[in-house]
Design a protein around this ligand. Structure first.
Ligand SMILES: Nc1ncnc2c1ncn2[C@@H]1O[C@H](COP(=O)(O)OP(=O)(O)O)[C@@H](O)[C@H]1O
Ligand SMILES: [Mg+2]
Length: 352
């Protein structure tokens, strides 16, 4: 059979919409997001705090806390011959996928690790859930091997350690070891290095890059820092106020930046190598979830604002290059219909 365009697709998210339920009516927090993650690739999601990065990926694994809920969209997870729609899977099926086929690591390893159990117990639990018949010795050996893979200096000692006995960098390595121990197809890393100092940050990113290459795992890397994207990702989606505002190959994002918001993020970038943090931040703030005015949501903060930017919502438009789209009237005149709760009209129409 000829190779089709979607052969290398691992995860295809279409029209993902998330709402928060309130007494006075639901509020849209994520607004018709489309993302395509390819096999063996790193996909970056970047944007300031509050733009919807975490809820977007938590939704995939059924981890949205009440009163948040998915109110539209599909997420096709394609492995081998099977194709599963994650958003409609029953909870027990999702649990089987979670930790085995899709694993997550978080910004704060301490919140994901249990302080009263040692590392061996917690790594063992991850294995046991998916391989209940594995013997004790075999399990210990698998844990040790994984700790060696993530460059933990004394794996035997670390296995017996409790979380509070380890440094932030070591904890994050343990988290990566737990995440990768079942060889997932997809690793979702939500700000995995944000809490670490820059030297350790660079080591952890290097480690993730090499493990990805070795294990054929795809990665979704979530960060507020374009420096992290530069170190790790091949494709990128820039989030702003619950929408994708720019998507591109990482090289293009840096060398031919299309959206004024991305330009702002680029000026605010952390230098990973030198450990310098520049002082620039984009003036103003991300509007609170769902509290969006008509027009482009970035208009208030945009240095390149034009009159129509506050009147209509720009669509995510092709910029003329492959794989490249930008939600800004500088790239064309297309608009997007936006409903009362900020719903993307185009996406809803497709679903109906
Ligand atoms: N549990 C929650 N209850 C209410 N609002 C939430 C909750 N979690 C996230 N939000 C809101 O959803 C929006 C997106 O949040 P989040 O995905 O955490 O942003 P990011 O990860 O990009 O920093 C924000 O406006 C945030 O306030
Ligand atoms: Mg987040």
């Amino acid at each position: 059979m000829p190779k089709t365009k979607t052969d290398d697709g691992l995860l295809e998210i279409e029209g993902l919409k998330i709402e928060i339920e309130r007494k006075k009516g639901a509020l849209t927090l994520l607004d018709g997001v489309n993302l395509a993650v390819k096999k063996k690739r790193s996909f970056g999601i970047v944007g300031e705090s509050g733009c919807g990065k975490s809820i977007a990926v938590n939704a995939l694994l059924g981890l949205l806390p009440y009163p948040l809920r998915v109110s539209g969209g599909r997420a096709l997870f394609k492995t081998g011959e099977t194709e599963r729609e994650l958003l409609s899977l029953p909870a027990e099926k999702l649990r089987e996928i979670r930790g085995k086929e899709i694993a997550m690591i978080f910004q704060e390893p301490m919140t994901a690790l249990d302080p009263v159990f040692n590392v061996e117990f917690q790594m063992g639990e991850a294995l046991e859930f998916h391989y209940p018949l594995m013997g004790k010795k075999e399990k210990t050996e698998a844990c040790l091997e994984m700790l060696r893979k993530v460059n933990i200096p004394r794996p035997g000692d670390t296995l017996k350690s409790y979380p509070h006995e380890l440094s932030g960098g070591q904890l994050q390595r343990v988290m990566i070891a737990i995440a990768l121990i079942n060889s997932p197809r997809l690793l979702i890393a939500d700000e995995p290095t944000t809490a670490l100092d820059v030297t350790i940050q660079a080591q952890i990113l290097d480690l993730m890059n090499s493990l990805k290459a070795e294990r054929d795992t795809s990665i979704i890397m979530i960060t507020h820092d374009l420096g992290v994207i530069a170190e790790t990702c091949e494709e990128v989606a820039v989030f702003y106020a619950g929408q994708v505002v720019e998507e591109a190959r990482a090289v293009d994002l840096f060398h031919k930046t299309a959206h004024p918001y991305t330009m702002g993020l680029l000026r605010a970038v952390t230098s990973l190598g030198g450990g310098k943090r520049e002082l620039y931040t984009i003036p103003g703030m991300v509007p609170a979830g769902g509290e969006w005015k008509a027009g482009c949501r970035f208009a208030d903060r945009c240095e390149q604002k034009m009159a129509r930017c506050t009147q209509a919502m720009p669509a995510l438009m092709e910029t003329g290059e492959a794989g490249r789209r930008c939600r800004c009237f500088r790239w064309g005149d297309e608009t997007e219909a936006v409903g009362k709760t900020g719903a993307a009209g185009a996406v809803q129409a497709e679903e109906a």
